[in-house]
Design a protein around this ligand. Structure first.
Ligand SMILES: [Zn+2]
Length: 241
């Protein structure tokens, strides 16, 4: 009899424990941060606090739709913005003027490697619109390709551009080798451009111009949409849905 009673007691206690933790969880779920924030709201907040955000990175979960107007506004901010899929949610992070994530923020830096959609902005730097991927963007896409993620998206004040590099194991070795050569020669050329830039043999505007040219010639650019080309923009927005 004693045994049964004590057994009952234990069960009762553990149920109480469960009820208690469930109500705690409900309290948490009431908070907006778990639900995410509308992109329009995020954009407004970033615009108002741009000076602070440039020094202290922020991250948000996006609730609802990603619109062209929102993405365009993000390209006007003085630092890079990334939007990456993570566990089925879109996570927006703020970076620096030439990097989508702060150096010490490893989680943010590595988020694009496995994101089903990976987007980041290139702000205008010293009056130059950086309408081309950087060397680092190519490295990231190389890693994405190993995770069967074929494209990356860049937003600039001119529009959206989609570039690709992927490995298809169904392709012949010859095709795969040709694809790899496309990427590796683009990487080589970008490395030598960067060296010239650091050695002050060319200025930033020239470097971007040459980078864009070799990027176009590389065959890595697959799609480009100016902000006024709404049908083409929609195609890119579909990648976020
Ligand atoms: Zn970039």
């Amino acid at each position: 009899m004693n045994k049964v009673e004590s057994g009952h007691q234990v069960q009762h206690n553990s149920l109480e424990q469960k009820n208690y933790s469930m109500s705690e969880k409900l309290e948490f779920s009431k908070q907006d941060r778990w639900e995410g924030t509308q992109l329009t709201e995020i954009v407004e907040e970033l615009k108002l606090t741009a000076d602070t955000v440039a020094k202290e990175p922020r991250e948000y979960i996006i609730k609802g739709e990603v619109t062209a107007a929102n993405l365009y506004e993000l390209t006007l901010l003085p630092f890079e913005i990334s939007i990456d899929e993570n566990n089925g949610r879109l996570v927006l992070g703020t970076g620096l003027d030439t990097s989508a994530a702060h150096d010490w923020n490893f989680e943010a830096k590595r988020r694009p490697e496995r994101a089903k959609v990976s987007f980041h902005t290139h702000p205008v730097i010293d009056g130059v619109a950086v309408n081309t991927p950087s060397l680092n963007d190519l490295y990231i896409q190389l890693t994405r390709a190993h995770n069967n993620l074929n494209t990356s998206i860049i937003g600039t004040q001119d529009g959206l551009l989609v570039f690709t590099y992927y490995l298809d194991s169904a392709d012949s070795v010859a095709t795969q080798t040709a694809e790899y050569k496309k990427m590796s020669s683009a990487v080589d050329e970008m490395q030598s451009l960067q060296k010239k830039l650091y050695a002050h043999q060319i200025n930033f505007a020239e470097a971007v111009l040459q980078q864009r040219k070799l990027f176009e010639e590389s065959g890595l650019l697959v799609f480009e949409a100016r902000w006024d080309e709404s049908e083409k923009i929609e195609k890119v927005l579909d990648m976020f849905r």
